[in-house]
Design a protein around this ligand. Sequence first.
Ligand SMILES: *Cc1c(COP(=O)(O)O)cnc(C)c1O
Length: 341
Amino acid sequence: MIDLRSDTLTRPTPEMLAAMAAAPVGDDVYGEDPTINALEAKVAAMLGHEAGLFVTTGSMGNLLGIWSLVAPGQEVVCDVRAHIARAEMGAHAALHGTTMRTWTSPDGVTDAATIASVITPDAGPYLVSTAAVALENTHNFGGGTVQPYQHLVEVSALCRDAGVGLHLDGARLWNAHVATGVPLADYGRLFDTVNVCFSKGLGAPVGSMLVASAEVIAKARVQRKRLGGGWRQAGVLAAAADYALEHHLPRLGEDHVAAKAFAEQVVALAPDAVDVSSVATNIVVLSTGTRPAAEVAKAAAEAGVLVSALGAHMVRAVTYQQISLDQAASAGQILGGILAA
Ligand SMILES: *Cc1c(COP(=O)(O)O)cnc(C)c1O
């Protein structure tokens, strides 16, 4: 079985497990886990921010980042296919009273003009005031697409001028960085709060990091505990994340090559399924045309390939460390055959 449902399926390597076993640890609620403290300082510096908070999941990082920018009853605006809107189980509303409004965009790629047309800062007594904008880079359900750096610069300026906060869901910012060569800190400095994940293509079993100002992180640390997210000797997990940054970040480009190979094999048989030139990182979103996505995913599973049905006519395939170039290409042939039938 070639399992392309998600890069969250990446498994820890024996070397990563050894690094976890060797990590010095302490009680993180007391601020005494040296491996976590070192990781928080390292990732904050990598992203050009003052401080970091190691958290269980990307959802928790996004939840705390947006909470720090948006008061109850205010809104965050984001893409209609954003992970925060579709895949976080309504947590922003259910737990923090955050309302959301969305814009639509081709492949999840956004420009400043679209956002300028949607935000309503200081809307007065009749409309909901926009307190923050949230962007996703790379864009997961958009097909692993990369936000053009110039767009981000313009959105950042727009938000700062309007007094609106700016959050980055950078679950796969690593992939954007590898695809474009833009330094991580150049991305990070454009945003007030940034969440990054170690548990996707980087291959750590657990963990994400919120970075922001020291003041925001101090408050987020309290709110994390309130949500039940305080943890103790979690340095074993920080060690996995650190190992991933040192050893797996440099190999992420291989996943991008494999995703491209997958897409090329698909379009050789089913030319309308995807625009290969839009495949920028490790995610390929295929259009199933008039066929229900679930039916295509089922046929693929019977032929030995697992993909995710993420929309009525959209399936997603994701490459990661345990998927070889050959496996990606043969999976592409299988999907292409099914879509051409
Ligand atoms: C995976 C992901 C997250 C975080 O997911 P968790 O399962 O909560 O770690 C956030 N944003 C995007 C775009 C993601 O793909």
